[in-house]
Design a protein around this ligand. Sequence first.
Ligand code: NAG
Length: 475
Amino acid sequence: MHLPRLSGLLAFAAFVACALGAATSRDLELEDRATGTKYVFAHFIVGIVASYAQSDWTNDMKLAQAIGIDGFALNIGKDSYNAQQLGYAYAAAQALNFKVFLSFDFGYWGSGDTATIASYINTYGVLPAQFIYNNEVFVSTFVGDGFNWATVAAQSKPLFACPNYQAASLAGSSGVSCLFSWDAWASTNNQPIDQNKTTAGDVNYINTLGGKPYMMPVSPWFFTHYGPSSYNKNWIFYADYQWNSRWEQVLQLAPQFVEIVTWNDFSESHYIGPLHPSDTSVYAGGSAGAVQWVTGFPHDAWRDIAAPYIAAYKAGATSPTVTTEELVYYYRPNPKSAGCSDSVTQPTGYQYDGDSIFVIAMAKSASTVVISSGSASTSISIPAGITTVSAPMGTGVQSFALTRSGATVLSGTSPLQVTSSCSVYNFNAYVGSVTGGGGGGGTPSGTVAVTFSVYAITTYGEVRARILHDGTVVL
Ligand SMILES: *[C@@H]1O[C@H](CO)[C@@H](O)[C@H](O)[C@H]1NC(C)=O
């Protein structure tokens, strides 16, 4: 069995140590630089998708494209299936006019791999789906401070290298055009802290870079729960309010690039891509691994929040425009005081989390959000725009409503109840939404609700069935 990419583990080590047209996309991208066009990418862990078919890539890329993501940063180690999966990724992206670039994971690569890295650039950098910036092949990393990109460029193509170095590593670097930060969660010496994520780290990067572009990380969550007999990483970074606030910070700083961390790192619970209920091999660590905290915990509705922010970021706006009203809710399944029958202890930092039910409201005008959690109901006034509110967590049913002038605009109930009995200390977030279409919690937001008819010919004649979008079959 391959070792899955466990980027956070490496991030820990690093911290401790310190849609364009195909025809002329290169020209357009060069032009875009002059006009300041912004790009949003999502970090995609190739190491966990050994079983992906090209159609799986297509599905993920369509969901990403639907919210304005321009491409995937393809995080690769040295897996035997790199060639097959990168082939699928570049082909799927080409068909969709989506972009991709290689992101070498320096938990696996090192200074002795210059020639191999150059050969990857020579192979993939010339493909139509490759993201080209400043007329150069865009390449990134996970860590790898000090690696000499000028030498790689000399052996391959002109490169626009945007590696994930510490800001201080820019001085003395070679062939680096840009920096990407992995510092997307509030921490001190990489320990969880009871504070919201600020822009201090980003500002330090931007100041250090001078005029060079910055790729800013945006992440919704970070919970991982591997015990000492496994990968031994068990912590949660406080991120109760950050999916909304981090995007506000993006609009405030307006960096050249944004990278969402991540699309599919289930091991650290910061995925915004779809779950894989029929192929849990993507949930690293087997039955004692991420399958325990990811199964039944969709994050899809978080993409609905990213969409208006991405549009605003690309338009150079300072606030998002709400075109469709929606409530996106998220919460942990148990109060933090719950004693679970789990051989692995509570994650480091768990006590900072609020026993709260969170709602990010997207409202066109001033309204009231009503959160009914267990037996208590809380009403909170909100202005027009995108606002995060919360209410005390109660065990039982979780229901939500948006009201205005006494009328209910949106209402719905989450499929997941909060309970005080548990077998796993699961501090992952359950994310769902209440939409005007009557969408319930957990409905993948990238899925369009459709009603269609199928005809099935049986030996007794013709039977007409309707399959409703919730999966109900009506004969
Ligand atoms: C984070 O920000 C939210 C919204 O402003 C606030 O309610 C919360 O108390 C803050 N959390 C911490 C730990 O300061």
